[in-house]
Design a protein around this ligand. Structure first.
Ligand code: ADP
Ligand code: MG
Length: 237
């Protein structure tokens, strides 16, 4: 479990997150939603140790991970998939997978790549292709496969379906749900495609101007009489 306690964070003098208290439970999909600029990406980056934290604690299974550099956070089993630059565009798909598993050693990385490709069978077709040639959806699948090379306990996704066509976004979201179901990965998604993410998610956090406005059941937020419409542009149907 990931617990965020009284966290204040930002970039130098720009204070972005205010007194954040929240939990991401094991095996849940927690969806972080909120208007543009409300601090969703900053919250994910703060967990990874790439923002400035003024105060607070971040506990991963009870241990404070605040202040750890990103590579050590990764090594504890927390994977971060940024919105852009989440693959090595100049390398081939196969090289991307092996790079992602470089800490495993060569033989184990190859073995793990085989396992991971079982979950992302479409990537088999593209193994020799340069990653920059992939479509948006294929790139996102590759980024997920790369993260799975290290068998993470938690995956933090920044807008995984952000720039994708609806059908592809749906496939990516389904794949994310499957990672939870098949591997028990705890998932945290910062999302713009609010409706489908909240439909698929377990818990939701609504951030507004760097503060938590709502925390609770994802479908409850979707049905909320005001919050959804005011902050997320969800129209009543
Ligand atoms: P969201 O992901 O919800 O759209 P962000 O977390 O990206 O919001 O941004 C929150 C605030 O932090 C915004 O005011 C944004 O301009 C600022 N910000 C984001 N990234 C940086 C950065 N690297 N340096 C300085 N300010 C940043
Ligand atoms: Mg963002």
């Amino acid at each position: 479990m990931l617990e965020i306690q009284e966290v204040n964070a930002g970039y130098g003098r720009l204070h972005v997150l205010f007194d954040i208290n929240t939990k991401m439970r094991d095996n849940d999909i927690t969806v972080i939603v909120g208007p543009n600029g409300s601090g969703k990406s900053t919250l994910l980056k703060t967990i990874m140790g790439i923002t400035q934290v003024y105060s607070g604690k971040i506990l991963f299974n009870g241990t404070n991970i605040l202040g750890l550099p990103p590579h050590l956070v990764t090594r504890l089993g927390i994977a971060y998939l940024p919105q852009v630059d989440n693959i090595f565009a100049n390398l081939k798909v196969k090289e991307n997978l092996l790079m992602a598993g470089y800490t495993l050693g060569r033989d184990e990385a190859k073995e793990r790549a085989k396992e991971v490709l079982g979950d992302f069978p479409d990537l088999n077709k593209y193994m020799g292709r340069t990653a920059s040639m992939l479509s948006g959806g294929e790139r996102q699948m590759l980024a997920m496969a790369m993260a799975m090379m290290r068998r993470p306990k938690i995956m933090l996704f920044d807008e995984p379906t952000g720039s994708l066509a609806p059908k592809i976004a749906f496939e990516v979201l389904n794949k994310i749900v499957k990672l939870r179901d098949d591997y028990g990965v705890t998932l945290v998604l910062a999302e713009q495609n609010v409706r489908s993410a909240l439909e698929q998610g377990d818990e939701a956090i609504l951030l507004v101007s760097g503060r938590v406005m709502f925390e609770g059941n994802a479908q409850e937020l979707l049905k909320h009489p005001e919050l959804g419409e005011v902050y997320l542009g969800i129209k009543k149907t």
